[in-house]
Design a protein. Sequence first.
Length: 339
Amino acid sequence: MDLVRLQTIFDNASFAILLVTALVYWVGAAFPRVPYLSMLGTTGMAIANLCIAALLGARWLEAGYFPLSNLYESLFFLTWGITTMHLVAENMSGSRLVGVVTAPVAMGITAFAALTLPKDMQASAPLVPALKSNWLMMHVSVMMLSYATLMVGSLLAIAFLVVTRGQNIELRGSSVGTGAYRDRTYQLRRDGELVMSATALTTASAALNGSATAVLNAPSAPVAAALPLSPQRLSVADTLDNISYRMIGLGFPLLTIGIIAGGVWANEAWGSYWSWDPKETWALITWLVFAAYLHSRITKGWQGRRPALLAAAGFVVVWVCYLGVNLLGKGLHSYGWFL
């Protein structure tokens, strides 16, 4: 079987598997007591990850260079990164809710690459002279992995906003608690006034399977009757906030390394470390947004809604940096994407 035919099989298979996996995660979220759905979702993501890796490997063998030179290849590499970071996040949290937000995004990217892009944009082509460098693998792969990691972290932050219904839930405690069990204090505020506080003894696995328990600190009867969030929902929000922080904390150093590697490559190729190209400018904006997120959490002690809103904005900024600048205008990075 020729390599081109093999690539077609793998890209269609990855789309089909991710579609089924997304449905499994959504059904599992709607019916958490159905057995084996969590295991099936994780298995589906792992198989899709392997299919995309095989696709990229076949592409590498066919073209003779690392497959990151055009939009089709980069979209599949991004999806591979998202599925990889999904498995990391799911392992850290034990939560099927990770797949509820990551699987549909991975499936959508795959569908766009495999089913929407014209065939001429999917075909491999000889590298332009500027890309014939070992820096192609170093710079572009690290940048794409950072995008994937930051996207997963941002998606979990968006899920936090959905679970808490955008309310001002202040989580008091370590953002990266390492104990198997943690005493966490939740405060629900409306218009700056304390409505309810709760202390929960939670674990990541308990929170995700709806078995976490929480003890409310004796709210008044009218307040207790009007509480908008259950203790279980608060526990899930706590876990999402925690894992989102960890993923962004992993993606930010990758982004930093990728930008530095890009500057070195730019100096080698164009004689300048920084040219204020649209892609470079938006990479800097992305870096500043997530630097502000981490600064707010580490230095200011923010948790809950405010950093989640920053991360949600970062999700949009990452997409603008990755794809938007190539749609809106041309620059030094335009080759291999949209000509």
